[in-house]
Design a protein. Sequence first.
Length: 1205
Amino acid sequence: MIKINTQNKKEKASLLVCGFISLLIIAILFPLQMVAQDKDVIKGDRPPIELSTVPEEAYEKGLFRIKFEERFGRVLDVNEVAFNDKGIVSFGIQGVDSLNALYGIKSVNKTFQSPALKNNFSERHIKWGFHLWYDIIVEEGQEIIPMVKAYMGLEEIAFAEPYYKKQLIGNVVNENEADHFIPWSEKRKNDGRELTFPDDPEFDAQWHYHNVGQTDGTAGADISLPAAWDIATGSPEVIVAILDGGIAIGHPDLELNIWEGVGYNFVDNSSIIVPHNHGTHVAGTVGAVNNNGIGVSGVAGGWGENQGISLMSAQIFGESASDQGGFHLAPIYAADNGAAISQNSWGYISPGFYELAVLDAIDYFNVHGGGDVLEGGLTIFSAGNSGNSGNFYPAYYEGVLAVAATNHNDQLTGYSTYGHQIDLSAPGGETSDNIAAGVLSTVMQGSGYGYAFYQGTSMASPHVSGVVALMISLVPDQLMAEEIKDILLASTDDISHLNPDYADQMGAGRLNAYEALIQTLIYGSDPGAPAAPGNLTATAGLQGELFAEVSWVNPSLTVLGDPLESLDAMLVFRNDILIDSLPDPEMGATVTFIDEGVEESGMYKYTVRGVNVKGKGARSVKDVFIGEDLPGKAVNVELITVGSNGVLTWENPLAGSNGGYYDQSSLVFDVYRFPGEALVVSEYPLNSFLDTDIQEDGNYYYQIIAKNDLGVGDTVTSPRRTLGGNFLIYEDFDIPLGTIPEGWEILGFGQTNWRVHDWSHAGGEAPQMQFDQWPFFQGRSRLVTYILDVGNYDELKLNYKTYVMNLTSGTDPYEISVNYTIDEGNTWETLMSFGHPTADYGPLEEEFNIQLPEYAETFQIAFKWDAPEATMGWKVISDWTIDDVILEAIGDYFGVFFEVSDDDGLPVSDALVTIHNTTGSEVGQGHYFFRDMVPGSYEFLIEKEDFHAYEGSLDVTDNDVVENITLMAKRYNVTFEVMDETGAVLNGATITLDDQTNEPGQYLFEGIRNGYYEYVVEKEGYFTYSDTLQISGEDIQKTVTLALESYMVEFKPVDQNGVEITMAIVVFDGEEHDPGVYVFEGIVPGDYPYTISKEGHDSVSDQVSVTNEDVVVEVELQNNVSVDLPPDNANIRIHPNPARSDLNIQAGFIICQLRLIDMLGQVVYTAEPGQADYQLNVSGFNNGVYFIQILFEEGRRTKRLQITR
């Protein structure tokens, strides 16, 4: 529902209608048409770069780019790049090959070649000339600019350019940031706020959405987001590409809104996204999940379980500043995969410089982006954090929207780039004096998900991307990118009076989400047209049935929130095809529409909108999967280590792969172990599996694939655990770069300093854990392992590899140490330590034996950096690298497993398994285990209600023990006694008990377990009997009484005209009955004679057969009385006609039956006069035309009658 809460909002909206009136006319006269793939190549203005002015620090060494003239495209396609006998590159194009020889070019790469780019768009890639670009690789010491000039001078070369340096426009660092990491928590908050305010606990801290002065800023200095959420919250069909560091796709506040294809890592040329704080923060502003009771809100994050926009991670930055790439590829990838918005927070390090290859890619996105929701894409850039008006590309480029940053007082921030190139401004925060005055969003600290305040134009531009996403969600596939841009800039708030020193240098104004959506509605539909229907739901048929129930509330307001004057019809679309138009809808009424026209299973989009004389109203859209779906992901996956083995457990998928119904009756699983991709079990019907086939010590994880008769469903990955040996920890850090091991945590400062890096400084193989010198901080930081249960151990042994690259130029004291705790961190014991100044430490492998006191129950290890006065930075330490952390118990400890099943082969759960009065732990279905068993002989007992107890013994020697035990169920006898209704014993009945059917007359069932059972008793000539019985610890005898099978016989005597005869006499089975008795009950199957007679009629005799159902017999009796038949022209008088009350009928012959029939053919009155004259009172009948039908022995006559009262 759209709410306009203030008069000035309405007035402003009304004024803006006039501003858009010409655009409305154009939109009405020239509706959008589908545009073919062969769109024109459209590029922005590129001012020439004077190469002689390019400083050396502006470009990279070792490579530059060339673009061939288009006429050489075919030559390049036909001739593969070759090498002469000296290894020099040859293109088969003489002038270029000569320069290659002159400069010793031995390596080239196709600039736009990447596995990320789709081959089905190769034709338009060629049209844009991407196939003509090559990266030329040279020696580091070679001069780049002279070579670029030389290639530019060739007629074969259209362009040559250096590879200009780029940088992430990162959040502006200040010393307070590290103190304000907010860990993610599942704790939910419900403080009773109005609907437009989400229940996200940190929403109140997001002043940039709704500023009430909570940070001592200016109330209203925000983007008016809650009011906008009344209109739209985002749609998953709108894809926003985040060209930045990788998004933490597993973040609880983001994962619902991650694009189904996730994205691509252009830094590592891989589909694996490496989480990055900056990219995660940007993504959270655009699309963190709203109203889910955790964390923060996102601009276009949806609402609760209703998904918002889709976040695509196009990763172009990695862990360090030098880890970057794909700037020219990511926009193409985003466009080809349906993104409508390209969100960017990066730029060239030097003003005035750009790369044509990159600008071409941006222009390509602007032309071919948009997917199914927008004609063309929108590229949005952070203006930069230069604090001046420098012309930093690409934000300076006319093909992008450049966004400057404001603070919580609507003033330009001190760091923001400004100038005439700026399109608009948005909140970027300013944390130098107040950390809470920054922009709060999602981050990933180590392996911990959380939230943090950042500042920068990188924080401003995602607000714009989010609002644009809301606009597109509101009118998908209706507008062009340029139209969205015009609406956006026309809807900003003027804050020039607050920034007098920056007149015309902050763009059109400060972003206003509410006004942007209002203007989108005005532009996308007529102001007086209906608002979007409310509470739209689409529910698929149960059990995979092919129909959907679509429900909504009809609008009662216009798109501007005014009372709706008329509502002519509600239109219902399936996949954008009109399937029904519901006329004369009631405003505000709840409507349920059943769509039974679905022909096959699949995902369907339902769109509902109202129409009136003003035009088509706003739409509501809901997707639903209809029919039978593939299985979704298994849930609650756990991997438990016991000894050297692994116990994997999971639960069945909650829904189908697409959220629909799936058939669980045929559900099975394939389970693979990684690394190695070994299929450990196939077509497995249970939800737990014991893997005893671990060949080598190491860290393993599993993938579980759900399947059913329909096909292969979704895959889920288990946690990673140490298997194959009796290790408490075996960590080789072979995990995604930029993370820390699952279950480990970072305490204190340095939340982003610890991470796995592709280094091998500590010895051994990469990757290894690194404590990096950046970002700088002062204080203590610990990397701590998960808590271990050591209650059964006396001594532990710790091994690890380590290397500290130490720089002794600094004088501040610090300490590096390795510690352990047995009281969950209250106190720590030191295993090793050293302080500054010290030479490089290692690489070496260290080993410690640790004696545990008897009371020790838990154990953790910490790798600690402690510098209470030193600043972690270049003057103190470069990095600390750790690898192969192994913790094991000293002594022999093994696992004992029991796999318990019943005598039918089914797993037995909830049994009590004990060894020496110690109870085993149950995991999964029928799996029980004991940890840390020392060698020896043991007695065990397994008990379960309704089963016979099992006693046994086992020996623990030098390996884990697996016992397969079969429990015998307690079984009982069931004896039936079958009788008829007189109490006589019936023999030969057939009895079925719980799918077991005995031979006829066999009434004993043996070996039946406790439980409830359905049974059926059948015997010919008797009604079948069914019921349920319970067996509970003893034999039972069950008596069943069968009722004799009997049915009803009914006779219906009629004359030769089909007129029913009353008071006939029926003789049935030799017994004469009173006149008019036609129904006989309790008749058992058989053949029965009958005679029916009536005075004046010939009698009829026959027999009727009764089998297994009631019988109705219609018998025709011929009239044997001679009467004078009326001639065809007999004078039948009906008067008065028209009639008001009494109607007189004079036939001149005997009337057998009289019928009054209305205009619909319904008989409304019947009589059997038996005489020639009859009077009928018609005062009780409605006005109108009727027909009187008069039946006699040999025919009938019909007369027309008008009744007027």
